[in-house]
Design a protein around this ligand. Sequence first.
Ligand code: GLN
Length: 488
Amino acid sequence: MAAELFNLTIHEAAEKLRSKEVSSRELTQAVLDRIAAVDGKVKAFVTVTPDQALAQADEMDKVLARGEATSPLTGIPINLKDVLSTKGVRTTCSSKMLENFVPVFNATVVERLRQAGTVLVGKTNMDEFAMGSSTENSGFFTTHNPWNLDTVPGGSSGGSSASVAAGMGFLSLGSDTGGSIRQPAALTGVVGFKPTYGRVSRFGLIAFASSLDQVGPFTRDVTDCALALNTISGFDKNDSTSINLPVPDYTRGLTGDIKGMRLALPKEYFVEGVEPGVEAAIRAAVRKFEELGATVEEVSMPHTKYALSTYYIIAPSEASANLARYDGVKYGYSDKKAPNLIEGYFSTRDEGFGPEVKRRIMIGTYALSSGYYDAYYLKAQKVRTLIKSDFDKVFETFDAIISPTSPTVAFKIGEKTADPLAMYLSDIFTIPANMAGTPGVSIPGGFSDGLPVGLQILGPALGEEKILQIAYAYEQATEWHKQRPPLN
Ligand code: GLN
């Protein structure tokens, strides 16, 4: 199965493109055929763009034939979470509010991928406005986990993770505000990387919580992840929070050598609620790291327990401000039957937003309202600083932190929809890094009950290289990343 074209990694496919063993058109057709064969069951895509993709592939075949390809990504079929603006291609955020919205410009990351010569095959499903952990909050439909179609693919970037796991794209980009890249990567057995806040431009990323949002890649292995980060990282004058520092070649650290590295295992990440199968896989990973010559020591990050509640003040507060722009006048859905402007604001937002988005807007509006601001938002910002100081302290002496990405493997569709708090707990181990602004990856770390377990590696700000070095060493010493879901 791994020999199928659609299941190759980017670096394998790039080699075949260079040696003329395959063309970009063949790769693209293989992905489109795969989508036709399995997406009826997985439902990863909101929009597929076959004609554009094949035309783009033909262009890239010409570039490759002339020997003018500038990137290992040239000619590679990709897809994007439907939160990233794509010029001329519908961008919905899986919301009725933006169901027919066609952006007039590309997000910076989309433009960078286009310039690298990638072939855009479609836009993937997500929780509405990236609020959720399972894609069940999509305004359109739920995406299914290719490993077991009765379970969720994680969220909010569940369409992206499921598509890469199921061979419907060699690369996808998602966004991670509280775990939306790493958690779905974990639940579908792929690599998902959240970069340092500011490392990758947010220009053209439809905003959820601007101080937490970050764009990052989903791939089938760590090498591909490094290649994708090389392409999307770097300064952007259109994003005032983007970091103006040179981007290293992220493949440099992929040596397999991590001897002498110091890894921290926070005891707060092994608490009640972590499934025994997940804990066993992570403990086995610890032994693997020790075999590879690293030392692993338990540490304490005492403010971890406040991360979730702090996040659920800060993220909804910022969301309530960001989502004010959807008023039926400037963007997207508009209730044309409303008798006047004010009524129109109300009915447009009532009809255009789903229940989770409304919940967040209400929580956020409340937390920011006068009289409550100090008690909630300001307090949460202070606690956020304490959470960050936990990370700073650990990184004074350790190279990285390892933990489960998610306390559970993929859960059943419908299992947590009635209980928002149970759903929120899915991100308990991913949210702290967003609060600290620091980078992290989830890589395949074993299986429990036949479902993938994600191993999370967190590093200091701008520690992308180090994280990739550790992730690669583990990946090369294991076989998990070579497993493919039994879909046919
Ligand atoms: N699941 C979390 C939430 O619902 C995180 C989402 C995200 O990272 N976009 O807010």
